[in-house]
Design a protein around this ligand. Structure first.
Ligand SMILES: NC(=O)c1ccc[n+]([C@@H]2O[C@H](COP(=O)([O-])OP(=O)(O)OC[C@H]3O[C@@H](n4cnc5c(N)ncnc54)[C@H](OP(=O)(O)O)[C@@H]3O)[C@@H](O)[C@H]2O)c1
Length: 370
């Protein structure tokens, strides 16, 4: 569509102005505090689309979605937090009443993973479980200067919200779907070994992401749903475990824990940051479904081609769909409730520079288990 105006909103007006001037003359910067629902609602009223990328999302998603509903404007975000997503879903009736559509968690994880998990389930005659496993390679720490990374986090320069979300998703009461019921688990008491083609067997832990909250409502009959996360190098999971205990006991905030994670690793690189295998250059990503196909118990694995996996690609694609009125229903939607997995993922990949149709979105493996 022809765009007449883009506003870049941030707490720091100078920063927002810098981003706006890099975009061009149709863009302008405005000051906004994401947790101030009324202010944000006044600001976004009259626009065609509101995209939220601020975080950590456990602090900002709820007031921001409420502001979008109050203003009656279509909305999308990349928010990860399971407990926040659960509260946001409860705003569905209000969103419908306001005649607006919100597509929540449409990044990579959540986002692409919800759709890959939905696709994997659809490939079995009867799926019993589906899990996504994301490996977070700590490249900035292993190859970079941990002091600089900590400095950036202190100054909120970049990714500070992602670090905080990463710490929080191991520290809280993690909701997963097991044996057909939601239950709260301690991630570090629920370790899963995942076989990875490039990394060998890795230990992964349930993360309290939005996927396990939203997907079971859509994938009826699937009894186990979770998203697993593992830091790489693997010994950093132990450091995350120690910090999770501190956060849970109220002795540290998520930001203090993220700083300690980075600084402790930097203070003893040999212990925390040494690796025997090559550090993955991209974030390895698997979806594994188990169930029955053609009368046999099978495991179906999707190993994503990481060339097209990004956080902004699906957000952009969903945003364009909202602008072009291609998502017509009103209400609050996680990706799996409003997007057709393969056509959407193909559109995301096609928007990636350098992508060609011959490339595959993922490799598939079907193994018989008996
Ligand atoms: N779904 C996915 O695949 C995915 C992937 C990556 C990240 N995420 C999520 O996306 C969010 C952002 O991550 P990131 O790595 O981009 O973090 P980031 O670099 O720290 O960016 C967060 C931004 O939010 C702004 N912000 C924070 N609190 C605010 C408030 N109260 N009002 C207005 N603005 C506020 C910050 O502004 P200041 O400059 O003023 O600090 C900063 O610009 C996180 O919550 C993360 O969990 C999702």
């Amino acid at each position: 569509p022809a765009v007449s105006e883009i506003s870049i909103a941030g707490r720091d007006l100078a920063k927002a102005n810098r981003v706006a001037s890099a975009i061009g003359e149709k863009a302008n910067g405005v000051q906004a505090e994401a947790t101030d629902e009324k202010q944000v609602a006044r600001l976004v009223a009259g626009y065609d689309l509101f995209i939220n990328t601020s975080g950590p999302d456990y602090k900002v998603q709820i007031p921001v979605v409420k502001a979008a509903i109050r203003a009656g404007i279509n909305y999308c975000d990349v928010s990860c937090d399971g407990p926040a997503a659960e509260k946001v879903l409860k705003l569905n009736a209000k969103a419908r009443e306001a005649g607006m559509t919100a597509v929540i968690g449409i990044g990579w994880a959540p986002g692409i993973d919800n759709l890959m998990m939905t696709h994997a389930v659809s490939q079995l005659d009867k799926a019993e479980s589906v899990h996504a496993c994301l490996v977070w390679p700590l490249t900035d720490l292993v190859k970079g200067d941990t002091k600089q990374v900590a400095e950036n986090l202190r100054g909120n320069a970049q990714y500070s919200a992602s670090w905080e979300t990463g710490m929080r998703c191991f520290s809280g009461e993690c909701k997963i779907y097991r044996n057909g019921k939601w239950m709260i688990v301690n991630p570090f008491e629920s370790r899963v070994n995942v076989s990875h083609s490039k990394l060998g067997t890795i230990e992964a832990y349930p993360a309290c992401g939005a996927e396990a909250v939203t997907l079971p409502r859509h994938l009826r009959g699937v009894k186990d749903v979770s998203v697993l996360l593992s830091f790489y190098p693997p010994q950093m999971n132990e450091l995350a475990r120690q910090l999770a205990i501190q956060i849970k006991a109220g002795k540290m905030t998520t930001k203090e824990a993220a700083l300690s994670f980075i600084e402790t690793a930097g203070s003893d690189r040999e212990r925390w940051l040494s690796t025997t295998k090559e550090l993955p250059s991209v974030w390895p990503y698997l979806v594994i479904a188990q169930g029955v196909k053609n009368g046999h118990m099978v495991r179906y694995t999707l190993d994503a081609n990481t060339e097209w996996l990004t956080t902004d690609g699906p957000l952009y694609t969903a945003g364009m769909m909202l602008l072009m009125d291609r998502i017509k229903e009103h209400g609050i939607y996680p990706p799996e409730a409003c997007l057709d997995p393969i056509p959407f993922l193909e559109e995301v990949a096609a928007n990636e520079p350098g992508w060609t149709k011959e490339k595959r979105l993922f490799e598939e493996k079907l193994e018989r288990l008996e």
